[in-house]
Design a protein around this ligand. Sequence first.
Ligand SMILES: [Zn+2]
Length: 199
Amino acid sequence: MNYPQNFQELIDCFKLLPGVGAKTAERYAFAILNLDEDKIKAFSESILNTKSKITTCPICGCLSDTNKCMICNDESRNSDILCVVENKKNVFIFEKLGVFRTKYHVLGGLISPMDGINPDDLSINKLIERIRKEKIKEIILALRPGVEGNTTSLYITKLLENEDVKVTQIAQGVPIGADMEFLDNLTLELALENRSEVS
Ligand SMILES: [Zn+2]
């Protein structure tokens, strides 16, 4: 017997999420069935709000529910240094580890000609604009190790050759990306202390 249509629709919704297969989606749908109505209401509202109220910070490219994000608004942060990261999620992982007391710049990806991602697709021009406008003294490249990360680091470094800014990268060997969630703050702190200038 098939599930009633509305229930099947809920299962299909869960299947849209990464890592959720048919079985997990069914389990989630049954769990929803057991929630109180006010919880379900709050749940569906927060999904809608995520789409309608969460925007991208016009300065750093991170998630925001105000115009300028909380990090860009935080006056207590070091404003001489920018930590350059691949995506929005990385900002939050770094923030949880509490190591960077700087502001960020989200590139929105890494250069990967194989996947058709070129420098123009990333917010690299905006990074240069910020370096000039905000008089940034150092940028720390905290990109995923590997071909794409290296290509992107080299591209940015070359582009900044004639700018009055120091380009460093956190010590190699630090997993950034999928593995980063297993990173502890001591490892990252050491990687940050041992950052080296990119030549
Ligand atoms: Zn911001």
